[in-house]
Design a protein around this ligand. Structure first.
Ligand code: ADE
Length: 248
């Protein structure tokens, strides 16, 4: 999958995409990151990519022309249209459902906004989706783009070493993750739950499912309310509620 990222600050992306899983995915050819400096598409001698807002007010606004030219260039080079996502706090909130949908695309174009925003005509003419990574304001869209690329890339088959971890992890199946343990068996009086040492795979799976349901019930009941539970989950949830009422 490819990402064409339009930014005024390509340097922000260098280490997140050059370490660990994303670096390996790029080496394996599963992930292509193409950083495009918007400033390279300015035509004036000072490479101006932003300007004062019409109507006055604080801050600067990113100009449309260099962004538009960069996008035209990408389309021509790719020979196809990909969704064009503007990262901004005004967008649809990113969640795992949206991440999964985005991972089905062949490629995405990301536009990282900065300053007070981008000229509204960028939205009108080329943006197909506007996405926010949460209800808070960052200094620019770059960090949001890194979050989006990371979340989408790990859904691409082959990017994670162990495909099972993608299937089991938080949110993939609409629940929070169950607790994990590794050696030592005991640390400062805290023991690893006995069941995990038992070797009974069926019971371990049931315990993990129950813990995932319990965590979700306690921390994110909104997720449980949205989820269709199978009879086994319903049974586990009944047990959990009875235990909680009993003070366990
Ligand atoms: N740019 C600034 N804040 C942002 C956010 N919360 N999500 C996406 N892009 C942003």
């Amino acid at each position: 999958m490819y990402f064409d990222i339009l930014t005024l600050f390509p340097g922000i992306f260098s280490s997140p995409f050059s370490e660990s899983i994303l670096a390996r995915a790029r080496e394996k050819g599963l992930l292509e990151i193409n950083l495009i400096n918007i400033r390279d598409y300015t035509h004036d001698k000072h490479n101006v990519a932003d300007d004062y807002p019409y109507g006055g007010g604080a801050g600067m606004v990113m100009k449309i022309e260099p962004i538009y030219r960069a996008w035209e260039d990408i389309r021509q080079q790719r020979g196809e249209d990909s969704p064009v996502i503007l990262l901004s706090p005004q967008g649809r909130r990113l969640d795992q459902t949206l991440v999964k949908d985005l991972s089905k695309e062949r490629g995405l174009t990301l536009i990282c906004g900065h300053y007070e925003g981008v000229d509204e005509r960028v939205r009108q003419s080329i943006v197909t989706d506007e996405i926010s990574i949460g209800d808070y304001v960052l200094t620019g869209g770059e960090i949001a783009a890194i979050v989006l690329v990371d979340a989408v890339a790990r859904m691409i088959p082959g990017v994670l070493g162990d495909e099972q971890s993608r299937i089991e992890d938080s949110f993939y199946n609409g629940l929070l993750d169950y607790p994990h343990y590794t050696r030592p068996r005991e640390f400062k009086g805290m023991e690893v739950p006995e069941i995990l040492l038992s070797g009974h795979h069926g019971e371990i799976a049931r315990w993990r499912r129950k813990q995932a349901l319990k965590r979700t019930l306690l921390r994110r009941p909104d997720l449980l309310a949205e989820k269709e539970l199978n009879p086994e989950d319903q049974e586990l949830l009944k047990e959990i509620k009875a235990e909680l009422e009993g003070g366990n």
